[in-house]
Write a protein that binds this ligand. Structure first.
Ligand SMILES: [Zn+2]
Ligand SMILES: [Zn+2]
Length: 189
């Protein structure tokens, strides 16, 4: 048996909270420096905001510097907030990214628009919008499985969730959320 003493658990939890607070403070500072709101839709909810590389070279840039999302903020601060970056919310960032990828691949849609509309209709009782905030842009809406369903999905099913939903005849246990509301399930700030 290798049990961790309760006080150690508490100590670990407090250290985690402090680290989280530091990251949040840094994020807020960097976001504020770049205008504090989404450049496209003007939302100011920090929980859904991120820093976007205006020229779509985010992936290259990260590879070059070898950092993940969280340390982007540290890097920007250390480099005195260079130009070429802007604030976007998760929804607008996703739209931008998709437009960019579609343009590069010369395609109009990644997923079947018709299938997505049918699934949307069914899971939202015809409201056809995000069940968290009411966002209506179909492009940013996703189908979130319950934990029970999620546990049964393989990687391929997760990637093509609309195909899976259709093939399984629209089972219970999905909610429709936009990228912003989906992100907010994990971020508390
Ligand atoms: Zn936005
Ligand atoms: Zn939403």
């Amino acid at each position: 048996m290798n049990e961790i003493a309760p006080w150690k658990e508490r100590k670990k939890a407090r250290a985690g909270q402090r680290a989280h607070k530091r990251r949040t403070t840094l994020k807020r500072k960097v976001i504020a420096h770049y205008g504090g709101k989404c450049e496209w839709c003007y939302t100011t909810d920090v929980a859904v905001l991120c820093i976007d590389h205006i020229e779509n070279d985010g992936a290259d840039h990260r590879r070059e510097l070898g950092f993940n999302g969280a340390s982007t903020y540290a890097w920007l601060k250390k480099n005195r907030y260079p130009q070429g970056f802007q604030v976007l919310c998760a929804n607008c960032n996703f739209i931008k990214e998709m437009e960019h990828r579609k343009e590069a691949l010369g395609i109009k849609h990644f997923e079947s628009e018709a299938d997505k509309k049918v699934a949307l209709e069914k899971y939202t009782n015809g409201q056809n919008c995000c069940q968290g905030c009411g966002e209506k842009n179909i492009e940013v809406l996703t189908f979130i499985p319950s934990d029970e369903i999620k546990a049964t999905l393989d990687e391929n099913a997760k990637k093509k969730i609309i195909d899976w939903i259709k093939a399984n005849n629209y089972p219970e246990g999905f909610q429709v959320l936009c990228m912003n509301c989906n992100l907010k399930r994990y971020t508390i700030e």
